[in-house]
Design a protein around this ligand. Structure first.
Ligand SMILES: [Zn+2]
Length: 313
């Protein structure tokens, strides 16, 4: 793929070489910092609904810190929601990081793919008279990161943290895809990044918070079914990116699509479970089967239309 044609995003934070301890820092030096990466939870009534006291407190806190209270309410009740990216900070001890030429290139690649997703989603949101708010993306290396979504290690793989509106990618991920899944090819990696951006789009459209609410009322197995649908929609959104970026820039080369489909197939739940435990347990699927993931990515590519990505129907 000719990713050199893509505009590089400015939303990449590189924390390689840093050991991080996450913490919330509220404006004006108030609040907790350091240690644990705790999530500030607001009081909720029965059934996970935000209680009236929760709302009063939220509005009060929002007023105190100059945050739009609506954004706190929309952000799933977490103080790190909405615009409050600045509030969650990591206190880092950094030592100079010796980046290899290979990693430098990978960083360029990530910035390019992210930049391209920005251009595509700006275009789509504009068509619906909406504004696309770009996510940030943090790259790290062999680090345990604390963030508003809890603690993750390198083994977690790339992920999106909705309250922070941030994507996290361990640099080791490229080798891991190759080693553990036999997935090679830049377009396959790009698909994974575009999938995480797909989760960001779901966050902006209010889809993820709706699903989260529904999940809290369901059994584990039923909840897993919903999460599969959410994941498949993110695959479909990744397909939309792939197609629209091709229309915008023309970057695809022979074999690219095949390598993304191979990746989508390799990280299907059935395939992963067969590899790790030798058999599959469909009730525990959270991402969908290989066939489903491939199918939804293809749907996204075929129509390049958000409305065709309704995996919930
Ligand atoms: Zn996902």
């Amino acid at each position: 793929m000719r990713w050199d044609k893509f505009r590089k995003s400015k939303n990449v934070d590189d924390v390689r070489g840093q050991t991080s301890r996450g913490g919330f820092r509220l404006p004006g030096g108030l609040g907790s910092t350091g240690g644990g990466g705790r999530r500030l939870r607001l009081p909720r009534g029965r059934g996970g609904k935000i209680s009236i006291w929760g709302i009063v407190l939220m509005v009060g806190v929002a007023w105190l810190f100059g945050i739009n209270p609506l954004e706190l309410l929309m952000g799933g009740g977490s103080l790190s929601g909405g615009t409050s990216n600045q509030q969650y900070q990591q206190t880092n001890q950094s030592k100079p990081y010796n980046s290899s030429a290979k990693e430098d290139r990978q960083k360029q690649f990530i910035s390019a793919v992210l930049g391209s997703t920005e251009d595509v989603w700006h275009q789509i949101f504009n068509q619906f008279d909406r504004t696309y708010k770009e996510p940030r993306l943090q790259i790290f290396k062999n680090l345990t990161t604390d963030n508003a979504c809890g603690q993750q290690t390198s083994a977690t793989g790339p992920f999106y943290c909705p309250p922070e509106q941030k994507i996290f990618i361990d640099m080791a991920f490229f080798d891991q895809m190759d080693r553990d899944f036999g997935v090679k090819g830049e377009f396959a990696y790009a698909y994974v990044i575009a999938h995480e951006v797909g989760h960001h789009v779901q966050k902006l459209l209010g889809i993820s918070s709706k699903i989260q609410q529904q999940r809290s009322r369901l059994s584990r197995a039923e909840g897993n079914k919903l999460s599969v649908k959410l994941e498949l929609q993110a695959d479909c959104f990744a397909g939309i990116w792939a197609k629209r970026a091709e229309q915008q820039i023309g970057y695809l080369e022979e074999g690219d699509i095949a390598s993304a489909l191979k990746a989508a197939s390799a990280i299907g739940d059935d395939n992963l479970q067969k590899k790790s435990r030798g058999h599959i347990v469909p009730e525990s699927f959270t991402h969908g089967t290989s066939a489903q993931r491939v199918a939804w990515f293809k749907t996204g590519m075929q129509y390049a239309d958000v409305n065709k990505c309704n995996s919930f129907n």
